[in-house]
Design a protein around this ligand. Structure first.
Ligand code: B3K
Ligand code: ZN
Length: 863
């Protein structure tokens, strides 16, 4: 397979000035005419041929400076033009006509049809499926786009930027012309056409300019757009306040589409979103949905500066825009929580995700630095490493330089690079120069993969009242990187002693090993290290249970309080122990503490995910871990049954539904209590769950009750599932939840295997393999989020996985490749799982017609 390498980057030979697109929309035959002003690029040589890319296009004609041009070669993926005008400094005009077939496009890249409407997705390399082009992010052009279509079927015609004019055409057609005043790479191009309606608002931004905000959806979804609009307005104001960044267009549009490969896309002025991240009403969306919508709307909006105004030179630099923009959306959401303790809750949630998903990636066959050096298919590199670890790296600048220093760096970055396509090195240089800091060692975070491990050795010398702390860092080999250089790791620490105030300090670990001595420490202290998760590392520290209990009950850093509880639970589960009375008492104190947020209590009492537990093992037996975790949970449920019952009553949220931090925290804790009560005694508590299911006025409570019943295989589960389906049969996003819930049920004694149920769900009339949300709700959920049902000793789960990857690949390679990742960690498993996983991987790898996407994933897994 072909590999692309970061160090082989060459600036473009040609570049584009003005681009005019004229697109006549027809599902079966869309005609695209482009008229492009061509200019010499930075690698220009007189007479050099121009290589344009195009995929699945029918070529019609080519003209240069208005004349038909015959000196060109076509391959399935390129159009190479020879005998171009030789005068380098002189620009010329290129005109191309080509045809594409949106209705046949199931990959959902380029121009496609969803429910009768047209949409596009161009990042990373989808524009080449619309027309022949220099489809690379360092070619930034100005676009003027005219869309034509039959007015009755496609009353709305949208593209990037500002609307210049609309016209009636013969035969019932009409047209709209849009102009984007800002130069942009082709991956930010978008068009939308169809029967859509919008809600709109006019706002005034910091400079006093009026802006039009619109959210476009199918007419029946109009009443579900308020939350997305509020989130957009909040994001716009936040970016002005925190970073001095203002909306630069007269209008900003969001469009929702039901068929979409990922969450959303930041096309300039015309963001296109998966409906899942736009539509919400209390009756149909959970608190988690509300929070996700807020953060994805913010994320895409923030890209307008970090990604669009300043973009990436090449796709190896993806984290330049993604890591930075995730950091910005995390900070935004943290601020929206409305309190310091709310910020801590958000931090815990973000770190939990990092550990569940990114740590395994960083330890597996697809491990790559946040700035990769090599890829076969760029779509495989929209990863938790590039995004979430990328965000951690950006966060470290802020920890290192302070909020003001970070802001200075951002200001300098925009001052230097507005309107350019740049690299991660440029970002680092702006941070370093704005603060007069040498950040050369910090670069290792960009070039080295793997989660660093910091070994902690703390010794208290009672005679000299000294505490000596030795930290040793290491990082396991990752593909292509056997040896690692030391990272620049900044750790927040605190020595906690009986009567003393807690004083936080910052340690800079830059060598392999360093020792610090703390004087005048009157009593043996308890070390609180990597507070607030100041560095994305694994801490290797054999801390006594007694010390961990001290941290759990009295660390003033909420993150480390949570962390101590997780560590205690993890150690006990991995040693197949039940919680002892000391831990139960500590948990009880947390649950009863009136000063702690319900959201924090919920997090503290939620056990570490199985995927994170796996990473602590040398050889994973998934069924043993599952059994140990369930027993631990049951014990917690029983020992604290009275408390759970009380919390259930105390955390009701009467009155009109509000999705804010306080109310959603209460619902989270109440619903954890409900699920614990069913763990403790399903016979006694199932009626309460059924009652909650029936009377709930919001999806969070209705779904949580249903989940508690289904997950425990409790009486009434089947009836409630049926009732749920009937109530929401017309709402695709809710039906996705219905599928996902059944696919995620762990093994329950006396019930049929979830795999058999999943196979039945796949035959359900509402199941659609072509729709990514629906396919994921059944297949990905089962293979990636239901470990105990998936990892069966007979290999049946893996056979289902192989069959599903092979079925999805010809339809949608990106969705198939995501699913393919579910077997990444096969080498970590004990027998017989390991051999059976390997066999399934080999079965997929043997297919002769794999997409480059799936081929890269399975060949790296086996490699
Ligand atoms: N930039 C897009 C992701 C595009 C994925 C292409 N396979 C969404 C985002 O990160 O905001
Ligand atoms: Zn993004």
């Amino acid at each position: 397979a072909q590999s692309f390498r970061r160090l082989e980057y060459r600036p473009p030979v040609y570049t584009f000035g003005q681009v005019e697109l004229d697109i006549a929309l027809d599902p079966a035959r869309t005609i695209v005419k482009s008229k492009i002003e061509v200019l010499p690029g930075n690698s220009f040589e007189p007479g050099a041929p121009m290589v344009l890319v195009g995929q699945e296009l029918e070529f019609v004609s080519l003209r240069i400076n208005g004349e038909a041009h015959r000196r060109f070669e076509l391959t399935p993926e390129t159009l190479t033009i020879h005998s171009l005008p030789k005068e380098g400094a002189e620009k010329f005009t290129l005109e191309i006509i080509s045809i594409c077939v949106p209705e046949k496009n199931t990959s959902l890249m380029g121009l496609y049809v969803s429910n009768g409407n047209f949409f596009t997705q161009c990042e990373a390399e989808g524009f080449r499926k619309i027309t022949y082009f220099l489809d690379r992010p360092d070619v930034m052009a100005r676009y003027r786009v005219t869309l034509q279509a039959p007015e009755a079927q496609y009353p709305v015609l949208l593209s990037n930027g500002n609307l210049l004019k609309e016209e009636k055409l013969p035969n019932g057609w009409h047209s709209a012309t849009w102009e984007d005043p800002f130069p942009k790479p082709s991956y930010l191009f978008a068009l939308v056409a169809g029967k859509l309606e919008c809600i709109e608002e006019t706002i005034t931004t910091s400079s006093g300019a009026k802006k039009l905000l619109q959210i476009w959806v199918e007419p029946h979804d109009l009443q579900k757009t308020r939350h997305a609009m509020d989130s957009l307005i909040a994001s716009i104001h936040w970016d002005e306040k925190r970073f001095g960044l203002e909306l630069d267009l007269e209008r900003f549009m969001i469009v929702a589409v039901g068929d979409f490969n990922m969450g959303a896309m930041e096309n300039k002025g015309l963001n296109i979103f998966n409906t899942k991240f736009v539509l919400a009403q209390p009756e149909t969306a959970t608190d988690a949905d509300f929070a996700n919508i807020e953060s994805v709307v913010a994320h895409e909006y923030f890209h307008n500066w970090t990604g669009n105004r300043v973009t990436c030179q090449d796709w190896f630099q993806l984290s330049l825009k993604e890591g930075l923009t995730v950091f910005r959306d995390q900070e935004f959401s943290a601020d929206q929580m409305g309190s310091e303790s709310g910020r801590a809750v958000k931090r815990i949630e973000d770190v939990r995700l990092l550990r569940q998903l990114q740590f395994p990636e960083d330890a597996g066959p697809m491990a790559h630095p946040i700035r990769p050096d090599e890829y076969q298919e760029i779509n495989n590199f929209y990863t938790v490493t590039v995004y979430e670890k990328g965000s951690e790296v950006v966060r470290m600048y802020q920890t290192l330089l302070g909020r003001d220093g970070f802001r200075k760096g951002m200001d300098l970055y925009f001052q230097r690079h507005d309107g350019q396509a740049v690299t991660c090195d440029d970002f680092l240089a702006a941070m370093a120069d704005a603060n007069g800091k040498d950040l050369s060692q910090f670069k290792n975070w960009y070039s080295q993969a793997g989660t660093p491990r910091v070994k902690v050795d703390g010794q208290y010398d009672a005679a000299n009242k000294q505490y000596r702390l030795t930290l040793t860092q290491s990082c396991a080999p990752t593909p292509g990187q056997a040896e690692k250089k030391p990272f620049h790791i900044r750790l927040k620490v605190c020595l906690i002693t009986a009567g003393n105030d807690q004083v936080e300090q910052l340690l800079e670990l830059t060598e392999s090993t360093q020792t610090w001595t703390f004087d005048h420490i009157e009593d043996r202290p308890v070390l609180s290290i990597n507070r607030n998760f100041s560095a994305p590392v694994n801490i290797d520290f054999e801390q006594s249970e007694e010390d961990l209990l001290t941290l759990l009950s009295s660390d003033d850093d909420p993150f480390n309080r949570w962390e101590a509880g997780q560590k205690l639970a993890m150690q006990m589960i991995l040693n197949n122990r039940l919680p002892d009375s000391a831990l139960i008492n500590a948990y009880r104190e947390i649950l009863l503490d009136p000063n702690l947020d319900p959201a924090f209590k919920e997090l503290a009492l939620t056990l570490p995910a199985e995927s994170y537990l796996y990473e602590q093992c040398k050889s994973v037996d998934p069924q043993k871990i599952f059994a140990a975790r369930i027993s631990f949970r049951k014990e917690l449920a029983k020992q604290l049954q009275l408390e759970w019952a009380a919390l259930y009553q105390q955390n009701q949220t009467p009155g009109p539904f509000k999705s804010d931090a306080i109310n959603s925290g209460k619902r989270a804790l109440k619903n954890l209590a409900l699920s614990m009560l069913l763990d403790a005694d399903p016979k006694i508590w199932a009626p309460m769950a059924r009652n909650q299911f029936q009377i709930a006025d919001n999806m969070t409570d209705r779904y949580a009750a249903l989940a508690a019943l289904v997950m425990h295989g409790a009486k009434g589960a089947a009836e409630c599932l049926e009732d749920f389906y009937k109530r929401f049969a017309d709402d695709a996003l809710v039906i996705d939840k219905w599928f996902a819930l059944q696919s995620s049920r762990p093994p329950v004694e006396g019930l049929e295997s979830t795999l058999n149920e999943v196979k039945r769900l796949r035959e359900h009339p509402a199941f659609k393999l072509n729709n990514p949300n629906r396919a994921r709700s059944v297949i990905h959920v089962f293979c990636a989020n239901n470990p105990a049902s998936f990892h069966q000793a007979d290999g049946s789960g893996y056979a289902f996985w192989a069959e599903s990857v092979l079925a999805l690949d010809p339809i949608n390679p990106q969705v198939a490749a995501r699913l393919a990742r579910a077997l990444d960690r096969w080498r970590l498993f004990a027998e017989p799982y390991q051999s059976k996983m390997k066999a399934a991987l080999e079965q997929v790898a043997a297919c002769q017609t794999l997409s480059p996407d799936v081929k890269e994933v399975v060949s790296k897994a086996l490699g």
